[in-house]
Design a protein around this ligand. Structure first.
Ligand code: FE2
Length: 410
């Protein structure tokens, strides 16, 4: 099948051929072979599929059930969740994850990295998610992080639960150093998590310093251990909101280590802006990590949604456009080229975070997975909240939309 007249990643119109689920040719001068089916993409923007690099599918779509978070704070969110947690069952998780995956798919997402709470002796969410990963494989690639919401050393039997979660089939090992009881526990939990990942050949994704406390310095330990254990870009530091509050002299020193370690960063602009800075009066911190400076240093950063309509974040439809839109505002990255290239936070940069390698990207020989947006380039797509007209996964169309039309009557 020949797809014609596509602007691939903001470039001039071009064509690409898909055979047996792979891209077999890409170029401006391709002509249909005898009898070949053609699709005219009308000069619209074609991108590799969107990637959600940080979300919690086990809590999604639970806002208001059984109670709403009235203050909007992290702490009330935890209280709300403790009331909802009693209702967790395989059936409940399956129903919500299926709904969330369909929301994401409608917005052009084909890959999701989900964190799953393993500070639960039953590990019911982890077991269910491992089943769902297989079940949904044809429409959504799901990576699972064993996420110790209540700590590894600070939760009863926390270490063993992490080991069990990895044996059940987690793709990545998590940690939550800023939530551990003490600084010593924090460092030890990171040593444990990264050594477990090295031993079991897993990826790492740490909820790292998700707090406004400038003394929260899990990041330096994550980076140092990633370097020393040779894990490098298999390791990701999510959130790192404390970095917003670090003093500049410390950040300059830290940057050297971050570059040497080659770790990835995931920032969650919607949730970080919503939840951080809550103890401040004025000035009130934005609570987002130093995305602009990390990018300028050549460090890989992707953006995630973190929560979708749950006790911690009361909005969300699975559209990563909202994430990028907020991210550019709050990080002050609204220069022309920054806007035009911002899709990389939820495509190629996120692919590096997820370690997708040759499985991802519009290039000959790779799986023919791509999306078509109702715009000519990403600047317009972002600004107009353009619909995802079509989403193809390995050559098969898995989602489509018809843009709504609004008319002025004057
Ligand atoms: Fe998170």
């Amino acid at each position: 099948m020949l797809f014609q007249n596509a602007r691939i990643e903001n470039a001039a119109p071009s064509s690409f051929r898909v055979e047996d689920g792979k891209f077999t040719a890409i170029g401006p001068d391709l002509v249909p072979l005898p009898g070949e089916e053609t699709v005219d993409l009308g000069g619209k923007l074609a991108l590799p599929p969107f990637i959600e690099s940080h979300v919690h599918l086990d809590t999604c779509l639970t806002a208001g059930d059984p109670v709403w978070n009235m203050s909007g704070t992290l702490f009330e969110g935890i209280e709300c969740w403790s009331k909802r947690k009693d209702k967790l069952s395989p059936k409940d998780i399956r129903e919500r994850v299926h709904r969330a995956v369909r929301l994401y798919a409608a917005h052009g997402v084909q890959f999701i990295r989900t964190h799953v709470d393993v500070t639960d002796p039953s590990l019911v969410a982890m077991e269910t998610m491992v089943e769902l990963r297989e079940e949904l494989r044809d429409t959504m690639d799901i990576q699972i992080v064993a996420f110790p919401q209540e700590g590894i050393l600070s939760y009863p039997n926390g270490r063993q639960l992490m080991v069990d979660a990895v044996r059940l089939g987690a793709d990545a090992v998590g940690a939550i150093p800023h939530f551990e009881f003490t600084r010593e526990y924090s460092v030890e939990s990171l040593n444990f998590a990264l050594e477990l990942a090295a031993k079991e050949n897993k990826l790492v994704d740490v909820h790292c310093d998700e707090i406004d406390d400038e003394a929260s310095r899990g990041l330096e330990t994550v980076a140092a251990r990633a370097l020393e254990l040779g894990l490098y870009d298999k390791v990701t530091a999510s959130h790192t909101t404390a970095m917003h509050s670090y003093n500049n002299a410390y950040v300059v020193r830290l940057m050297r280590l971050l570059k040497m370690s080659r770790i990835n960063f995931v920032s969650n602009p919607l949730v970080n802006t919503h939840l951080q800075g809550r103890m401040d009066t004025y000035p009130k911190r934005r609570g987002i990590t130093r995305v602009k400076e990390l990018c300028e240093a050549g460090i890989n950063v992707s953006f995630g949604h973190d929560d979708i309509f749950d006790p911690w974040y009361p909005m969300g439809t699975g559209s990563l456009r909202d994430v990028v839109f907020m991210g550019l505002h709050v990080c002050q990255m609204m220069g022309y080229e920054e806007i035009m290239g911002a899709y990389k936070f939820i495509t190629t940069n996120a692919a590096k975070t997820l370690h997708l390698g040759e499985e991802y990207g519009i290039a000959e020989g790779r799986p023919a997975s791509f999306i078509v947006l109702d715009a000519e380039h990403y600047y317009d797509a972002l600004n107009t909240n353009a619909s995802v007209l079509a989403s193809y996964k390995k050559g098969k169309k898995i989602a489509e939309s018809t843009p709504g039309v609004s008319n002025t009557l004057f």
